[in-house]
Design a protein around this ligand. Sequence first.
Ligand code: BG6
Length: 489
Amino acid sequence: MQKQQLFKPCDLVIYGALGDLSTRKLIISLYRLEKAALIENDTQIIAVDLHDKKLAEFVDIARQSLAKFLNETIEQATWERFSARLSYLQIDLTQAEQYKKLATVVDSNKRVLVNYFSVAPFLFQHICQGLNKSGILTKESCVVMEKPLGHDLKSSQEINDAFAAVFHEEQIFRIDHYLGKETVLNLLALRFANSIFTSNWDHNTIDSIQITVAEEIGIEGRWEYFDQTGQLRDMLQNHLLQILTFIAMEPPVNLEANSIHREKIKVLEALRPITTQNVAEKTVRGQYSSGFLKGESVPGYLEEEEANIDSSTESFVALRVDIDNWRWADVPFYLRTGKRMHSKRTEIVINFKQLPHNIFKDSFQDLPTNKLVIHLQPKEGVEIQMLNKVPGIDGSIKLHKTKLDLSFLKAFKDKPTFGGYERLILEVMRGNPTLFISREEIEQAWTWIDSIQDAWLHQNEAPKPYPAGSWGPVASDALLAHDGRSWEE
Ligand code: BG6
């Protein structure tokens, strides 16, 4: 992240260019980078897909995507620069000899080859082999891919092996789009640039930590994918564990990729396993039933389009996580995430410990504890809940709970905001792997998640129902109540 070196122009090849990820996110992000003049002049964008299209047809598709998803007026000058970079190749990705077509457009002497895998995982190995045979790869070429990178340790290892057969680890960029979010990155600044936090960030001062990633959306026509995946694998294995590692890791030596990856892996290694022995007391699985969201009635999980009515896949999960290391001994991390919850909210709550003695009993029998609340989305900011004296001269000292509130939107209102994909694509073009996930990290995360998944299988219990529009099943409250705590609402 420190290196802001100028980077070489790229041949950015998007495999699956007509697909959802490409048309909804990648094209929009690349256009926005163009608008901000962050793409090198000689960079080319090569769209690859199975369908036979003329370049003009693809350019039209790109324009329509922008019209639909950009949420701002398309600037003509930017569009002209952007569309001039586009080219289109029809390739059947399962046919190794067809990759030769790429050699007609890429030029490894002038540009770095960036291969963006915006395709279903079954094509990963085909593309790796096709590229390998094509003769266009150099030591600088890289690959970018994102979840699902397997559905358990074994399948993830198979994918990683397929990539490792052709590319070195430094050439592989695994995306977790949460690592592109400004507020997730700000956790590094908050923790390691502010001495009030660096010295108060362990079991001596912190009682417990909560991470909530609540979504309003249901499964949005992704029944097949989601039902085979579930919320634990879809959200917790990646996004919540990434947030957790940023909160829990030791200070890295610097901001280089290796230093940060090393510290994150140590956290993942220290996660106490959840097994058949403790799964009942440490986890809650839920599935939404019909309910109301913002006044609108919405169907339950089993009533969604294409639903299998016998499904016992979880759309909600809450966990108590313990980290077995010196810093976090006896500090529980409570994680919860679900679809069709009350409102979209991603936040971290750091609950500080109770003071040893209370001299303000007139105000509070039990002094409320300090909380640091980090809002990741939709509103971005940091809030500290503390106690202050109520102004007055009646001779008493009455306390009141107040908030120190830093909204990023207000504090940095002149700064342009970029989405996660813009940041991550730019980091790939810079060749900086800091914000990406290493093989060791992802496999360590799967090892821990597989144990939970196995324990659930063994437990063989149906997920607990919760009405759409709520904060999850009652059992999720009970998980914390059991420890004398409650979720921050
Ligand atoms: C994706 C999941 O990784 O993240 C989706 O597959 C989920 O199910 C999405 O809705 C949430 O992302 P965000 O950025 O909206 O919090």
